[in-house]
Structures are given as C-alpha cells and as structure tokens.
Ligand binder design. Structure first.
Ligand code: DAT
Ligand code: MG
Length: 137
C-alpha cells in the first residue's frame, strides 16, 4: 500500500497566505492530496500531536502558537512520502534550512521562544498513522 503522511500548514503559513504555495510544491513534487481541511487546533489535539515534546522549554509557546489561528491539515500519499515531504520542508530552524525548501525559502526567525516554521510533517509510519487519527477522526 502506498505510504501516507500527515502534514499541517501551521498558523503562520495560513496567516501569511502561503497555503497555496506550500500545497503547490507538494503537488509539483508528485504527491497526491488524499484529504484536506482547514480547522482550528485544540489543546486536546495538540497534547496528543506534540506529546513527545511535553516538558521542553518550547512546548507551551509551541502549543500557544498552534492555537493562534487556523491550520490546514492534509493527508499526502505516495511512495516514500514521509521522507519526501520532510525533505521538501527542510530542517526545523528556518534561519538555516536549505534554500529550495519550504522553511528555507519562506521562513525566518521572528525572535520568539518557538520556531515558527510554516509546516509539520510526520516523521515515521507510526507517527503518520497516529497523527492522521488525531486530525482526521
Ligand atoms: P520538526 O517540526 O522539524 O519535526 P520537532 O518535532 O523537533 O521539529 O519540533 C516541533 C516544533 O517545535 C518545530 O517544528 C518547531 C518547534 N521547535 C523545535 N525545537 C525548537 C527549539 N529548540 N526552539 C524553539 N522551537 C522549537
Ligand atoms: Mg517533529
């Protein structure tokens, strides 16, 4: 079966009007958008989604940021799409993310406690299945 991943356009991306540009890159790469919705996150969803980061210094700023406006959630399909989307997204810190990537081309540091880096992408098959359940239940 073709691999699936969960991606989010975070509130900074939606607010800056970059949803279309981000999804354009996904489609241009050749991945299929299997599901798509804009919604407001909730503390319940975010507690599950970011459970691995609980207790870290950026956890509460991250949750507050994710609650600051709507997100766009999508399920992408394609062979090796988990790895492929994370390659399109670039590394976590937008300041040093490679040019050519979403975070490298469109993101920057805004001097806040959380890095606002435009997108989330699942990092493993197990995370993808768990996160698809959270955002498309
Ligand atoms: P990624 O989104 O690249 O998988 P992650 O899962 O380690 O990164 O972290 C989740 C988000 O938390 C990340 O997209 C931005 C924020 N973040 C991570 N590390 C951070 C740090 N050291 N300082 C501020 N924000 C951070
Ligand atoms: Mg992560």
């Amino acid at each position: 079966m073709t691999e699936r991943t969960l991606i989010l356009v975070k509130p900074d991306g939606v607010q800056r009007g970059l949803t279309g540009e981000i999804l354009r890159r996904v489609e241009a790469k050749g991945y299929r958008i299997a599901a798509l919705q804009q919604l407001d996150a909730s503390t319940e969803k975010l507690a599950k989604h970011y459970a691995e980061h609980e207790g870290k210094s950026f956890y509460q700023p991250l949750v507050d940021f994710m609650l600051s406006g709507p997100v766009v959630a999508a399920v992408l399909e394609g062979d090796r799409v988990i790895e492929g989307f994370r390659s399109l997204a670039g590394s976590t810190e937008p300041t040093t993310a490679a040019p050519g990537t979403i975070r490298g081309d469109l993101g920057r540091d805004w001097g806040e406690k959380v890095q606002k880096n435009l997108v989330h992408g699942s990092d493993s098959v197990e995370s993808a299945e768990r996160e698809i359940d959270i955002w498309f239940s």
